[in-house]
Design a protein around this ligand. Structure first.
Ligand SMILES: Cc1ncc(C[n+]2csc(CCOP(=O)(O)OP(=O)(O)O)c2C)c(N)n1
Length: 715
């Protein structure tokens, strides 16, 4: 993240009046109107640009302008944090995003300050204004806002980063969403955490009665979201007609004051209109009657506000005409500049998928065993635990949370209990040592864990979270795929969220069954922006976890449950400075006839197979990949070139397992070195069953690897 510098002046048209308890001067009221009109005219201009094929998509904020300007006025731009959604044009204008910034985004210009031409129109972002780059995924932003608010509470208490942190005094976090998005589980997960933590989060629900074509009565039981949320403890719920600018300003000021005063979260339920279709690709006449559309038009916030200004004597019709002419000039000027702006260079297409400054595969992470490394060999889970403990001592930005990770939650009350410290004890002792603020339990909600971590990481914390079992990572998939791994790319490197997700994975447990035995690293290897480690030994786990934590990208750190407490992969803890670069495979056994490329629990099985093959006169090289993304292609290629025969062995199902990718690349780049077809070993394309007889038949065994070695060697 380039950092939320506070130096940039708000744009000239910005309406920053701060906490004004619902009072606006005449000038401010006229500027209120001007910003609403500017927003509407920008929507109209973007529609025009789309029709002229100068832009490629359009979605508008029409009908939402009044409550959005009110929200922007109630906030302190550049001080409070904002997690908007795609309709928040008037909000972002009020905070200081300029029409030119918006139109550069719409035409996909190189100098689009929101995303460098990567995001669809209306995805505005500004580190200076603390507007965090939104994705297009509905509802995910709610958890980011909660994480950011938590970070805001925590940062001042973490002493070593207090000195250079910007002022955190009384900040609030605003998150906005439509009525449809309140059906999303992550909205409710975020309310849980916001209320439990008494966090200064202001929710703005912009209820236009529809989610594309689905009416709110079909979306929300009773059709009224504020009724449903009223029982959340500590949540201050306010209903308002969001087409009434003055009432909206009062409501938003009240909500922001509530949160700023540390009374807890607030939710403003604003009824607005949607006079245009959902987006360019929608025609609301298919599902809204003419009468309904007429009734909406009568409530149009611009019309209402203009009427109010004239009726109350704040402005004359002529003055409002002059405002409109001025707005038109501004829009025309911004549009001319945006259309003329250069497009991105095609060579930059893949820039900023990963951190441009820290490469976990670089020599900077080369193994440097600390001289102090001594003691008895210990298990992989112990190595992980010690690495977490040492890294937390080294870097106070690290926070650890997940299900059951705490080991002292109630210990101050009940001194005889110690808490759990993780279901595999990987986090045992961390809370006692580093405190409840840095190590804590999460609700049983995986999206909550990853989504909050994203929000915290955006603010500069280093979350190292645990998903209890790989089998249950799926509720967090959208947070991982659409948010965690894409934030840097979609914001053109303005924002990042280098979270580490530790995940116990895999089977061979005898009784693990369908829901405690899953593999699936290849699914995540398909997510650009994510690094993946999969250690097989205690020492590697320590080195790779430390690198994962010190690197600057999101990392999926896969810990094989069966390898946690084996004897064959024990190691002496290599000390608090030991790092291991990613993409450095380990040759576990030298050999000249066949190369086996493997990782995780198949390393030991492949070594056993190699020993048996040796007795048959086949000399097998075994390569432990250690990381999946990035992976060590050079070592794979060297093995193939040296032996001309290769087996890829992994625990995951054969079809679309990561072996398929390796096999394809070997065929593509090393075909002339091969004396036999590339052979793959993996699990049956079948869930892992409970009975050990079935489990053994489903998961690949040493004999399966041996068979593949024999076939390859004998080809
Ligand atoms: C998770 C997810 N599912 C589906 C979509 C497609 N989609 C985009 S906007 C939208 C409707 C959102 O409605 P609402 O929250 O009421 O907001 P509005 O657009 O009406 O302001 C849908 C279904 C999406 N972007 N994300």
């Amino acid at each position: 993240m380039k950092g939320p510098a506070l130096t940039k002046e708000p744009a000239a048209h910005a309406l920053a009046v701060g906490d004004r308890a619902g009072v606006l001067s005449r000038e401010e009221l006229i500027r209120f109107y001007r910003t609403m009109l500017l927003s509407r005219r920008l929507d109209d201009r973007e529609l025009q640009l789309k029709n002229q094929s100068l832009s490629y998509f359009q979605i508008s904020g029409a009908g939402h302008e009044a409550v959005q300007v009110a929200a922007g006025l109630a906030l302190r731009p550049g001080h409070d944090w904002v997690f908007p959604y795609y309709r928040d044009r008037a909000l972002c204008l009020t905070l200081g995003v300029t029409p030119r910034d918006m139109l550069l985004n719409a035409v996909g210009a190189k100098d689009d300050p929101n995303s460098g031409g990567r995001q669809m129109p209306t995805h505005w972002s500004s580190p200076t204004l603390r507007i965090v780059s939104p994705s297009s995924a509905c509802t995910t932003q709610c958890l980011h806002a909660v994480g950011a608010a938590e970070a805001g509470e925590l940062l001042p208490r973490l002493l070593d980063i207090r000195s250079d942190a910007p002022s955190l005094d009384g900040e609030v976090t605003l998150v906005s969403l439509g009525d449809g998005q309140t059906s999303g589980g992550e909205f409710w997960e975020s309310l849980n955490s916001a209320c439990m933590g008494h966090l200064p989060v202001v929710y703005l629900v912009e209820d236009n009665g529809y989610a594309i074509s689905v009416p709110v009565e079909v979306q929300t039981p009773g059709g009224d979201i504020s009724e449903l949320v009223e029982s959340f403890p500590g949540l201050h719920v306010i209903r308002v007609d969001g087409t009434d600018g003055v009432a909206s300003f009062r409501a938003m000021s009240e909500a922001v004051a509530w949160a700023r005063g540390r009374s807890g979260p607030a939710l403003v339920h604003a009824h607005v209109t949607r006079p245009y279709s959902h987006s360019m690709s929608d025609d609301e006449r298919h599902y809204k009657s003419a009468a309904e559309r007429e009734a909406e038009a009568a409530r149009d916030p611009l019309r209402r506000f203009a009427g109010f200004l004239v009726d109350a004597g704040h402005a004359t019709e002529a003055e409002l005409d002059a405002v409109a002419a001025d707005v038109d000039r501004e829009v025309q000027d911004a549009s001319d500049r945006a259309v003329a702006a250069p497009k991105p260079d095609a060579s930059t297409a893949a820039l900023y998928v990963y951190s441009p400054t820290v490469d976990p595969a670089s020599a900077a992470f080369e193994a440097t065993p600390a001289p102090a490394a001594s003691g008895k060999p210990d298990t992989m889970v112990s190595a992980i635990n010690r690495t977490l403990e040492d890294e937390m001592a080294r870097d106070t930005r690290i926070v650890v949370f997940g299900e059951d990770v705490a080991d002292a939650s109630r210990a101050e009350l009940l001194t005889e209990v110690t808490g759990k410290g993780g279901v595999f004890k990987a986090t045992l002792g961390l809370q006692r040592k580093h405190g409840r603020e840095r190590v804590f339990n999460s609700p049983l909600a995986e999206a909550n864990i990853v989504g909050r971590a994203v929000g915290m990481a955006v603010r500069g914390l280093k979350p190292v979270v645990e998903i209890q079992f790989f089998d249950y990572i799926w509720p967090a998939m959208m947070q991982i795929r659409d948010e965690l791994t894409m934030l840097r790319y979609r914001s053109n490197n303005d924002w990042s969220c280098p979270v580490v997700i530790r995940v116990p994975i895999g089977g061979y447990l005898k009784g693990g069954s369908l829901y405690h035995s899953q593999s699936g690293e290849s699914i995540f290897a398909h997510c650009p922006g994510l690094r993946i480690a999969f250690p097989s030994t205690a020492e590697d786990a320590a080195g790779l976890l430390r690198t994962a934590i010190r690197a600057d990208d999101p990392v999926l750190f896969l810990e094989h449950k069966h390898l946690y407490r084996q004897t064959y992969n024990k190691g002496v803890y290599p000390g608090p400075d030991y790092t291991l670069p990613f993409a450095r495979a380990a040759v576990r056994r030298e050999g000249s006839d066949v190369t086996v490329v493997t990782w995780g629990a198949l390393v030991q099985r492949s070594l056993l197979a190699a020993e048996r093959a040796d007795r048959e006169g086949i000399d097998v090289r075994v390569i432990d990949l250690r990381t999946i993304a990035p992976y060590d292609w050079e070592s794979v290629a060297a093995g193939v070139q040296a032996t001309s025969r290769v087996v890829i062995a992994h625990e995951d199902q054969l079809t679309c397992g990561f072996g398929a990718e390796l096999a394809a690349r070997i065929a593509d780049e090393l075909f002339e070195h091969l004396d036999a077809p590339v052979k793959r070993v993996g699990a049956l394309d079948c869930p892992v069953a409970y009975s050990p007889v079935l489990e053994e038949a489903i998961l690949p065994q040493a004999d399966d690897v041996l068979d593949a070695i024999r076939t390859t060697a004998g080809y």
